[in-house]
Design a protein around this ligand. Structure first.
Ligand code: F6P
Ligand code: MN
Length: 295
């Protein structure tokens, strides 16, 4: 089944938005071959931006502005929320145009992550009406959730997104993807990691959040980029990474946490809000919440 048919039954503007982002994803994928160079500028978080990041950001901004489907747009690569005058809809979106971009130069999977709201995006993630990501790996896939299940499509040789997995549910699994530096772990986090190791969990961490969470969604287990000594709020961002991927995993029967509570319950203090991230199975998330609650 094609993506367009699968979207039947959702609001017209949301259907158009998911299709539009799928089309932009195809353009971004095609840009990989010609735009590998590193630019010398830094984004608002002080990270060096690949030329491809900035280009992908602009392709999304231009495409979404022109579509008339989006009123508010927050991007990981922009310091402020953009507002598009004359939009025919009230959709607000968050975008991480190319998550995992440090892996572009070594040809590992990276992706585009989108959160979808009605109106403002500076609200807790539980107000999201949808989320999606396009993963550029050996195959290009598109996963979307508009609160009626999590569904995955694969880009076929004819350039069509066709259904690959419907109603994905996160299984039990013994994979963990632990980010950051072990010697800087906080007490609760270290206890939790040791509990997973004692239980036979196997490490799978690529350096691309979107790809690592995608794997967890299919195989079970848990991804974490925790708060550490000196960076208690961690590295990843609530709006662009934690919330959209967390929304998808929660809708697939999993859970999220900042170590204490669901990521989706947190009021962002601005676009650049960083947060310790735990995303995966309910069992693993309950364990970190319980360990921290007991400390
Ligand atoms: O977007 C930030 C990011 O690239 C994530 O995709 C990834 O999980 C993380 O940073 C990796 O960070 P580090 O280089 O510290 O392992
Ligand atoms: Mn990112």
């Amino acid at each position: 089944m094609k993506l367009e048919e699968h979207l039947a039954g959702h609001d017209q503007d949301l259907r158009e938005l998911v299709l539009k982002i799928g089309e932009i994803g195809k353009v971004i994928h095609k840009g990989f071959a010609s735009r590998q160079s590193v630019s010398d500028t830094q984004n608002v978080y002080g990270e060096t931006q690949m030329a491809l990041d900035k280009w992908a950001d602009q392709v999304l901004i231009d495409g979404l502005r022109e579509s008339g489907l989006v009123k508010y747009l927050a991007s990981e690569e922009q310091p402020d929320v953009l507002e598009f005058e004359g939009s025919k809809s009230d959709i607000g979106i968050t975008q991480d145009p190319l998550d995992g971009s440090s892996l572009i130069g070594v040809n590992l999977a990276v992706g585009t992550i989108i959160g979808i709201f009605r109106g403002s995006v500076l609200v807790p993630g539980q107000e999201m009406i949808g989320a999606m990501y396009v993963l550029y790996g050996p195959l290009t896939t598109l996963t979307y959730c508009l609160k009626k299940g999590v569904h995955e499509f694969v880009l076929d040789p004819n350039g069509e997104f066709v259904l690959q997995s419907e109603d994905i549910r996160i299984p039990d699994g013994k994979i963990f993807a632990p980010g950051a530096i072990r010697k800087k772990y906080l007490d609760g986090h270290l206890k939790w990691i040791e509990a997973l190791e004692a239980d036979g969990y196997k490490i799978r961490f690529s350096g691309s959040f979107v790809a690592d969470v995608h794997q967890i969604l299919h195989k079970g287990g848990v991804f974490t980029y925790p708060g550490i000594v000196g960076s208690e709020q961690g590295k990843l961002r609530l709006l662009f990474e934690g919330n959209p991927m967390g929304f998808i995993v929660e809708q697939a029967g999993g859970a999220t946490s900042d170590g204490y509570r669901s990521l989706l319950s947190i009021q962002p203090d601005g676009v650049a809000h960083r947060v310790p991230i735990y995303v995966g199975g309910k069992k693993e998330i309950n364990l970190i919440n319980n360990i921290n609650g007991g400390i």
